[in-house]
Design a protein around this ligand. Structure first.
Ligand code: CO
Length: 162
């Protein structure tokens, strides 16, 4: 199976709002399988379709130590008032880790590849991963959610690499 190329910041596709999946066809199955494979090979916790150049609302999430699941048209239906700060990375920003504050618990609604509607409540790292990946579908990147100094540090690091 083809491993996909991961688009790095500031790739333009990363800023586009991704489109809802309407037809659950072979193409969606194929891209989903390739995303799962790409996530596995890169050792990340999550991957959103725009990160592989596909502007569709599909995310792959490492839900368990060795289990990657696909969520289609995912959305957050509930957020806890309580927030937590923790370090995040992103496959589109190699080597950059930022402390990001996010709601500690969220409820996610999505559709799986068998077209079943599902709803899950997640907390801890998984809650963070879902929020980070769903942000990608809306063209929002983790640097947008970082504090001023965190962002400044990241920009300097990215600029220094060029
Ligand atoms: Co990311």
């Amino acid at each position: 199976m083809a491993k996909l190329e991961i688009k790095k910041y500031p790739g333009r596709v990363l800023r586009k709002k991704a489109k809802e999946v309407e037809k659950f066809d072979e193409e969606i199955k194929k891209i989903s399988a390739e995303m799962a494979e790409t996530l596995k090979e890169n050792g990340g916790a999550g991957l959103a379709a725009p990160q592989v150049g596909v502007s569709k609302r599909i995310i792959a999430v490492l839900v368990d130590e060795n289990k990657i699941e696909i969520f289609i048209n995912p959305k957050i239906t509930k957020k806890s008032r309580e927030k937590k700060t923790a370090e995040e990375g992103c496959l589109s920003f190699p080597g950059i880790f930022l402390k990001i504050k996010r709601p500690s618990k969220v409820v996610i609604q999505a559709i799986d590849l068998e077209r079943r509607m599902l709803e899950v409540e997640v907390e801890g790292i998984l809650s963070r991963v879902f929020q980070h990946e769903i942000d990608h579908l809306n063209g929002i990147l983790f640097i947008d959610r970082a504090g001023f100094w965190q962002r400044w540090k990241a920009r300097k690091k990215i600029a220094g690499r060029a």
